[in-house]
Design a binder for this molecule. Structure first.
Ligand code: SF4
Length: 301
Protein backbone atom coordinates (compact mmCIF):
# COMPACT_ATOMS: atom_id res chain seq x y z
CA UNK A 1 0.00 0.00 0.00
CA UNK A 2 1.18 3.52 -0.77
CA UNK A 3 2.42 5.16 2.42
CA UNK A 4 0.45 8.42 2.67
CA UNK A 5 1.50 10.83 5.38
CA UNK A 6 -1.49 11.93 7.44
CA UNK A 7 -1.43 15.50 8.76
CA UNK A 8 -1.43 16.10 12.50
CA UNK A 9 -2.77 19.03 14.52
CA UNK A 10 0.46 21.04 14.28
CA UNK A 11 0.99 20.69 10.51
CA UNK A 12 0.15 23.46 8.06
CA UNK A 13 -3.52 23.86 7.17
CA UNK A 14 -5.03 21.23 4.87
CA UNK A 15 -8.05 20.95 2.60
CA UNK A 16 -10.47 18.53 4.35
CA UNK A 17 -11.96 17.39 1.03
CA UNK A 18 -8.52 16.34 -0.20
CA UNK A 19 -7.83 14.72 3.15
CA UNK A 20 -11.12 12.81 2.87
CA UNK A 21 -9.92 11.33 -0.42
CA UNK A 22 -6.50 10.44 0.97
CA UNK A 23 -8.07 8.90 4.06
CA UNK A 24 -10.56 6.97 1.99
CA UNK A 25 -7.72 5.49 -0.07
CA UNK A 26 -6.38 3.97 3.17
CA UNK A 27 -9.46 3.03 5.18
CA UNK A 28 -11.68 1.84 2.33
CA UNK A 29 -11.04 -1.25 0.23
CA UNK A 30 -13.90 -2.06 -2.18
CA UNK A 31 -17.01 -1.78 -0.02
CA UNK A 32 -15.06 -2.57 3.17
CA UNK A 33 -13.89 -0.10 5.80
CA UNK A 34 -11.30 -0.25 8.55
CA UNK A 35 -12.73 -0.47 12.07
CA UNK A 36 -10.94 -0.34 15.38
CA UNK A 37 -13.59 -2.28 17.31
CA UNK A 38 -17.31 -2.59 18.04
CA UNK A 39 -18.97 -1.86 21.38
CA UNK A 40 -21.62 0.10 23.25
CA UNK A 41 -21.79 3.47 24.94
CA UNK A 42 -24.52 4.69 27.34
CA UNK A 43 -25.57 7.59 25.04
CA UNK A 44 -28.97 8.24 23.43
CA UNK A 45 -31.07 7.22 26.44
CA UNK A 46 -30.91 3.45 26.30
CA UNK A 47 -27.37 3.15 24.97
CA UNK A 48 -26.21 2.67 21.40
CA UNK A 49 -24.32 -0.04 19.51
CA UNK A 50 -21.23 1.62 18.09
CA UNK A 51 -18.80 0.79 15.33
CA UNK A 52 -15.47 2.55 15.87
CA UNK A 53 -14.62 3.51 12.28
CA UNK A 54 -11.11 4.55 11.32
CA UNK A 55 -10.21 7.79 9.59
CA UNK A 56 -11.28 11.42 9.73
CA UNK A 57 -10.99 14.51 7.53
CA UNK A 58 -10.38 16.95 10.40
CA UNK A 59 -7.66 17.09 13.07
CA UNK A 60 -9.48 18.52 16.10
CA UNK A 61 -7.19 19.42 18.98
CA UNK A 62 -9.56 17.86 21.54
CA UNK A 63 -10.19 14.62 19.61
CA UNK A 64 -10.21 11.55 21.85
CA UNK A 65 -9.58 9.34 18.81
CA UNK A 66 -6.48 11.24 17.72
CA UNK A 67 -4.00 8.40 18.19
CA UNK A 68 -5.77 6.01 15.81
CA UNK A 69 -6.91 8.95 13.64
CA UNK A 70 -3.30 9.92 12.89
CA UNK A 71 -2.00 6.36 12.61
CA UNK A 72 -4.33 4.53 10.29
CA UNK A 73 -1.90 1.66 9.84
CA UNK A 74 -2.29 0.72 13.52
CA UNK A 75 -5.44 -1.18 12.59
CA UNK A 76 -5.56 -3.86 9.91
CA UNK A 77 -9.16 -5.10 10.00
CA UNK A 78 -11.48 -4.24 7.09
CA UNK A 79 -15.19 -5.00 7.48
CA UNK A 80 -17.92 -5.12 4.84
CA UNK A 81 -21.26 -3.38 5.57
CA UNK A 82 -22.81 -6.83 6.18
CA UNK A 83 -20.08 -7.68 8.71
CA UNK A 84 -20.51 -4.33 10.47
CA UNK A 85 -24.26 -4.81 10.61
CA UNK A 86 -23.78 -8.30 12.00
CA UNK A 87 -21.35 -7.10 14.70
CA UNK A 88 -23.68 -4.29 15.78
CA UNK A 89 -26.71 -6.61 15.69
CA UNK A 90 -24.90 -9.10 17.94
CA UNK A 91 -24.32 -6.30 20.45
CA UNK A 92 -28.01 -5.40 20.35
CA UNK A 93 -29.00 -9.06 20.79
CA UNK A 94 -26.92 -9.16 23.97
CA UNK A 95 -28.36 -5.82 25.22
CA UNK A 96 -32.14 -5.89 24.64
CA UNK A 97 -32.61 -2.27 25.79
CA UNK A 98 -30.44 -0.98 22.96
CA UNK A 99 -32.30 -0.27 19.73
CA UNK A 100 -29.96 2.16 17.93
CA UNK A 101 -26.70 1.98 16.01
CA UNK A 102 -24.05 4.48 14.99
CA UNK A 103 -20.49 4.85 13.77
CA UNK A 104 -18.12 6.79 15.97
CA UNK A 105 -14.38 7.33 16.47
CA UNK A 106 -13.82 8.56 12.89
CA UNK A 107 -15.89 10.40 10.29
CA UNK A 108 -18.69 8.06 9.11
CA UNK A 109 -19.29 9.85 5.79
CA UNK A 110 -15.85 8.85 4.49
CA UNK A 111 -16.55 5.79 2.34
CA UNK A 112 -19.96 6.75 0.96
CA UNK A 113 -20.82 3.39 -0.61
CA UNK A 114 -19.89 1.55 2.58
CA UNK A 115 -22.15 3.79 4.68
CA UNK A 116 -25.08 3.68 2.24
CA UNK A 117 -24.93 -0.12 2.05
CA UNK A 118 -24.90 -0.32 5.83
CA UNK A 119 -27.89 2.04 6.08
CA UNK A 120 -29.74 -0.06 3.53
CA UNK A 121 -29.39 -3.06 5.85
CA UNK A 122 -30.55 -1.07 8.86
CA UNK A 123 -33.59 0.12 6.90
CA UNK A 124 -34.79 -3.43 6.33
CA UNK A 125 -34.19 -4.50 9.94
CA UNK A 126 -35.91 -4.10 13.32
CA UNK A 127 -33.34 -1.50 14.40
CA UNK A 128 -35.14 1.74 15.31
CA UNK A 129 -32.52 4.31 14.37
CA UNK A 130 -29.07 4.79 12.88
CA UNK A 131 -27.36 7.96 14.01
CA UNK A 132 -24.91 9.50 11.53
CA UNK A 133 -22.69 11.64 13.75
CA UNK A 134 -20.72 13.77 11.34
CA UNK A 135 -18.61 16.90 11.20
CA UNK A 136 -20.69 17.88 8.15
CA UNK A 137 -17.73 18.52 5.82
CA UNK A 138 -18.64 16.03 3.10
CA UNK A 139 -22.40 16.65 3.43
CA UNK A 140 -21.88 20.39 3.03
CA UNK A 141 -19.64 19.81 0.03
CA UNK A 142 -22.05 17.58 -1.90
CA UNK A 143 -25.80 18.01 -1.77
CA UNK A 144 -26.36 14.65 -3.47
CA UNK A 145 -24.84 12.94 -0.42
CA UNK A 146 -27.55 14.48 1.77
CA UNK A 147 -30.19 13.36 -0.72
CA UNK A 148 -28.79 9.82 -0.59
CA UNK A 149 -28.99 9.78 3.22
CA UNK A 150 -32.52 11.12 3.24
CA UNK A 151 -33.72 8.07 1.32
CA UNK A 152 -33.44 6.20 4.62
CA UNK A 153 -36.24 6.79 7.12
CA UNK A 154 -34.30 5.43 10.09
CA UNK A 155 -31.37 7.79 9.68
CA UNK A 156 -30.91 10.61 12.13
CA UNK A 157 -28.10 13.02 11.19
CA UNK A 158 -26.21 14.85 13.91
CA UNK A 159 -23.86 17.59 12.75
CA UNK A 160 -21.10 18.52 15.16
CA UNK A 161 -19.87 22.11 14.77
CA UNK A 162 -16.31 22.65 15.89
CA UNK A 163 -16.02 26.44 15.92
CA UNK A 164 -17.85 29.73 15.52
CA UNK A 165 -15.37 31.62 13.31
CA UNK A 166 -13.16 30.58 10.37
CA UNK A 167 -10.00 31.50 12.31
CA UNK A 168 -10.90 29.40 15.35
CA UNK A 169 -12.08 26.57 13.11
CA UNK A 170 -8.64 26.41 11.48
CA UNK A 171 -6.88 26.70 14.83
CA UNK A 172 -8.94 23.85 16.31
CA UNK A 173 -9.24 21.50 13.34
CA UNK A 174 -6.17 22.23 11.19
CA UNK A 175 -8.42 22.67 8.13
CA UNK A 176 -8.31 25.64 5.75
CA UNK A 177 -10.72 28.47 6.72
CA UNK A 178 -12.41 28.20 3.31
CA UNK A 179 -13.99 24.94 4.51
CA UNK A 180 -15.44 26.51 7.67
CA UNK A 181 -18.91 27.07 6.20
CA UNK A 182 -19.36 23.50 4.88
CA UNK A 183 -21.07 22.15 8.04
CA UNK A 184 -23.38 25.20 8.11
CA UNK A 185 -24.17 24.56 4.45
CA UNK A 186 -25.10 20.98 5.37
CA UNK A 187 -27.34 22.22 8.20
CA UNK A 188 -29.06 24.71 5.88
CA UNK A 189 -29.87 21.95 3.39
CA UNK A 190 -31.02 19.50 6.05
CA UNK A 191 -33.26 22.20 7.44
CA UNK A 192 -34.71 22.98 4.00
CA UNK A 193 -35.38 19.28 3.42
CA UNK A 194 -37.05 19.02 6.86
CA UNK A 195 -34.70 16.14 7.62
CA UNK A 196 -34.41 14.32 10.93
CA UNK A 197 -31.28 16.09 12.11
CA UNK A 198 -29.70 17.78 15.11
CA UNK A 199 -26.81 20.12 15.73
CA UNK A 200 -24.23 19.83 18.47
CA UNK A 201 -21.30 22.07 19.34
CA UNK A 202 -18.52 22.19 21.91
CA UNK A 203 -19.89 25.59 22.84
CA UNK A 204 -20.39 25.11 26.59
CA UNK A 205 -16.68 24.79 27.11
CA UNK A 206 -14.79 28.05 27.80
CA UNK A 207 -11.50 26.20 27.32
CA UNK A 208 -12.29 25.84 23.62
CA UNK A 209 -14.70 28.67 22.86
CA UNK A 210 -14.64 32.24 24.12
CA UNK A 211 -17.92 34.20 24.46
CA UNK A 212 -17.45 36.15 21.22
CA UNK A 213 -16.86 33.00 19.22
CA UNK A 214 -19.94 31.49 20.86
CA UNK A 215 -22.02 34.50 19.79
CA UNK A 216 -20.68 34.15 16.26
CA UNK A 217 -21.63 30.46 16.20
CA UNK A 218 -25.13 31.15 17.51
CA UNK A 219 -25.58 33.99 15.00
CA UNK A 220 -24.62 31.79 12.06
CA UNK A 221 -27.03 29.05 13.15
CA UNK A 222 -29.74 31.61 13.88
CA UNK A 223 -29.38 32.98 10.35
CA UNK A 224 -30.36 29.55 9.03
CA UNK A 225 -33.27 29.32 11.48
CA UNK A 226 -33.49 30.64 15.07
CA UNK A 227 -35.15 27.39 16.22
CA UNK A 228 -31.87 25.55 15.56
CA UNK A 229 -30.20 27.61 18.27
CA UNK A 230 -32.70 26.64 20.96
CA UNK A 231 -32.51 22.96 20.02
CA UNK A 232 -28.73 22.85 19.67
CA UNK A 233 -26.99 20.35 21.95
CA UNK A 234 -24.13 22.20 23.56
CA UNK A 235 -21.32 20.11 24.94
CA UNK A 236 -18.31 20.17 27.18
CA UNK A 237 -15.17 18.32 26.15
CA UNK A 238 -14.26 15.33 28.27
CA UNK A 239 -10.52 15.47 28.22
CA UNK A 240 -9.52 11.83 28.27
CA UNK A 241 -5.80 11.18 28.85
CA UNK A 242 -5.35 10.66 25.10
CA UNK A 243 -6.78 14.15 24.41
CA UNK A 244 -4.72 15.67 27.21
CA UNK A 245 -1.56 14.22 25.69
CA UNK A 246 -2.36 15.81 22.33
CA UNK A 247 -3.19 19.20 23.88
CA UNK A 248 0.04 19.13 25.85
CA UNK A 249 2.03 18.23 22.74
CA UNK A 250 0.65 21.15 20.75
CA UNK A 251 0.80 23.55 23.73
CA UNK A 252 -2.95 24.23 24.06
CA UNK A 253 -3.58 25.96 27.41
CA UNK A 254 -6.58 24.49 29.28
CA UNK A 255 -5.94 25.73 32.83
CA UNK A 256 -8.38 27.95 34.64
CA UNK A 257 -6.42 30.99 35.63
CA UNK A 258 -9.44 32.57 37.29
CA UNK A 259 -10.39 29.64 39.55
CA UNK A 260 -10.55 30.86 43.20
CA UNK A 261 -7.40 29.79 45.07
CA UNK A 262 -9.35 27.62 47.55
CA UNK A 263 -10.71 25.52 44.66
CA UNK A 264 -7.47 25.09 42.74
CA UNK A 265 -6.77 21.71 44.33
CA UNK A 266 -10.04 20.49 42.79
CA UNK A 267 -9.11 21.73 39.30
CA UNK A 268 -9.03 18.18 38.01
CA UNK A 269 -12.68 17.63 38.87
CA UNK A 270 -14.33 21.03 38.51
CA UNK A 271 -15.66 22.03 35.15
CA UNK A 272 -16.51 25.63 34.36
CA UNK A 273 -19.14 25.93 31.62
CA UNK A 274 -21.38 28.54 30.07
CA UNK A 275 -25.15 28.32 30.63
CA UNK A 276 -26.74 26.41 27.73
CA UNK A 277 -28.35 28.71 25.16
CA UNK A 278 -31.45 26.46 25.31
CA UNK A 279 -32.13 27.95 28.77
CA UNK A 280 -33.02 31.19 26.95
CA UNK A 281 -36.53 29.77 26.57
CA UNK A 282 -36.79 28.64 30.21
CA UNK A 283 -38.73 30.80 32.64
CA UNK A 284 -38.32 30.81 36.39
CA UNK A 285 -39.19 32.88 39.43
CA UNK A 286 -36.29 35.14 40.22
CA UNK A 287 -35.95 35.58 43.98
CA UNK A 288 -34.04 38.81 43.42
CA UNK A 289 -36.75 40.27 41.18
CA UNK A 290 -39.52 39.11 43.54
CA UNK A 291 -37.85 40.88 46.48
CA UNK A 292 -37.48 43.99 44.34
CA UNK A 293 -41.21 43.83 43.50
CA UNK A 294 -42.08 43.58 47.23
CA UNK A 295 -39.87 46.57 47.94
CA UNK A 296 -41.54 48.62 45.22
CA UNK A 297 -45.03 47.67 46.49
CA UNK A 298 -44.07 48.61 50.05
CA UNK A 299 -42.99 52.00 48.86
CA UNK A 300 -46.09 52.37 46.69
CA UNK A 301 -44.16 52.74 43.46
S1 SF4 B 1 -14.25 15.50 13.62
FE1 SF4 B 1 -14.46 14.14 15.40
S2 SF4 B 1 -13.22 12.34 14.87
FE2 SF4 B 1 -12.63 13.96 13.46
S3 SF4 B 1 -10.86 14.92 14.42
FE3 SF4 B 1 -12.67 16.08 15.05
S4 SF4 B 1 -13.29 15.18 17.01
FE4 SF4 B 1 -11.89 13.71 16.01
Amino acid sequence: MENIKMPCATDKLFDPIELSEKTESIVIKGNKRKYLRFGTTPDYGTGIATGYAMGCNLRCVFCWANETRDNLDLVKGFYSPAEVFEKLSEIIDRNPRIDKMRLSNGEPTIGREHLLELLDMVEGSVIKMFVVETNGILLGNDESYIKDLLKFKKVSIRISIKAGTPEEYSRKTGAIPESFMLPFQAIRRLHEYKANYGVSAMSLDPRFMDPLERISLITRLGEIDPSIVLKMQEEVTYLLPVSQRLLKRIGWETNYENLPFFLRGLKKYLQITYNPISTLSQRRISIKQTLRNFKHLRHGI
